[in-house]
Design a protein around this ligand. Structure first.
Ligand code: NAP
Length: 313
């Protein structure tokens, strides 16, 4: 991001519905760069609305989502995927003609199906997903640099005006992201591989450790080596968000889990029959993937002793 604020905001008025990690990071990034003339916000509970008011990342806080979106040029749905439809139904009559409506949900086809039917004629619905996050949630967890050098995937529907997509793209880029366009089912398959199934595996492994009575809890904590410790961080992610991800990206996740199970059985067999060459070759191939991620600038080669702040989600 640049050092100073831009001359003119990209959107005169932005409304954020949901004021957790993603929305509060967007607000902070937009404020740092002067990307929005006015940021209106709404969250479900009074406690979150009060926290947002106190922190000050919004210019106005509203008791209802309908009030928050009035006259907004850009409306961002930043609630769990399972809550998108009810919010869309509530705000639809108040959306300004010509406004852009986007979301930041981790699954895209389900959001298109849930929100799309409520979008009035003349409002541009451009679903999106910033591939950036941490295991923390709520209005205090956000930070302005969350999106820097992270991908922001937009999944515009056929017929969406190119200017509306270009404008949203420029906002994401001004917050530090790289933007790619994709269709919703492809997004869901890619994310099932890169994010959703890995989270499920982390939840499972931490669950296994919890159930293993021969290893006490204090030993798990005391001797947690890199692998397990990293999994516990992922498995600490928000339960509501991740419940909704698996309920709404069911097909792709089950497809990838099926493939994962086959690979696991192959490795299990190699261990049982003592096929060291198969294990070595497998781990050599996976190591190359890690190198590719580092070369693509999505992580560093520095050893991580649990000090890094952001993770992809
Ligand atoms: P978060 O920190 O838990 O915040 C969620 C916000 O949504 C809160 O302000 C909450 O309000 C509000 N909310 C929850 N349930 C609601 C409902 N039924 N109706 C209205 N508002 C509701 O979540 P987040 O991490 O920012 O995630 C928001 C979205 O971004 C999700 O769709 C998630 O899939 C996506 N996403 C998350 C990550 C990540 O790593 N966290 C990364 C990329 C995309 P209260 O606080 O008042 O309950």
């Amino acid at each position: 991001m640049s050092a100073g604020a831009q001359a003119a905001p990209i959107y005169p008025r932005v409304a954020l519905i949901g004021l957790g990690l993603i929305a509060s990071s967007m607000a902070r990034a937009m404020k740092a760069e002067g990307l929005a003339g006015h940021i209106a916000g709404h969250a479900r509970t009074a406690a979150t609305r009060e926290a947002a008011l106190e922190i000050g990342f919004c210019d106005s806080i509203h008791d209802t989502a309908a009030d928050a979106v009035r006259d907004a040029d850009l409306v961002v749905l930043a609630v769990p995927v399972g809550a998108m439809e009810a919010v869309a139904a509530e705000i639809a009559p108040c959306l300004k003609p010509g406004a852009t409506l986007t979301d930041v949900g981790s699954v895209k086809q389900a959001v298109v199906d849930a929100v799309g039917p409520h979008v009035p004629q003349g409002v541009h619905f451009i679903p999106g997903h910033p591939i950036a996050g941490t295991e923390h949630s709520g209005p205090h967890s956000g930070f302005a640099t969350l999106f820097e050098n992270r991908w922001w995937l937009l999944t515009p529907l056929p017929g969406t005006p190119t200017e509306a997509v270009a404008r949203l793209r420029s906002l994401c880029e001004a917050m530090g992201s790289n933007v790619d366009l994709m269709d919703p089912p492809h997004h869901d398959l890619v994310l099932a591989v890169t994010s959703h199934t890995p989270h499920l595996i982390a939840y499972t492994m931490v669950g296994v450790a919890e159930h293993l009575r021969r290893v006490s809890n204090s030993e798990i904590i005391k001797y947690s080596a890199g692998g397990f410790r990293d999994l516990t961080r992922i498995a600490a992610s928000d339960p509501t968000m991740w419940r909704d991800v698996f309920l709404t990206n069911k097909e792709a996740t089950l497809d990838i889990l099926g493939r994962f199970t086959e690979e696991l059985f192959a490795l299990q067999r190699a261990i049982r029959i003592g096929d060291g060459q198969a294990l070595f070759d497998y781990f050599t191939r996976t190591r190359a993937i890690r190198r590719g991620i580092i070369e693509a600038g999505q992580d560093t080669a520095a050893p991580d002793f649990g000090r890094s702040k952001g993770t992809a989600a």
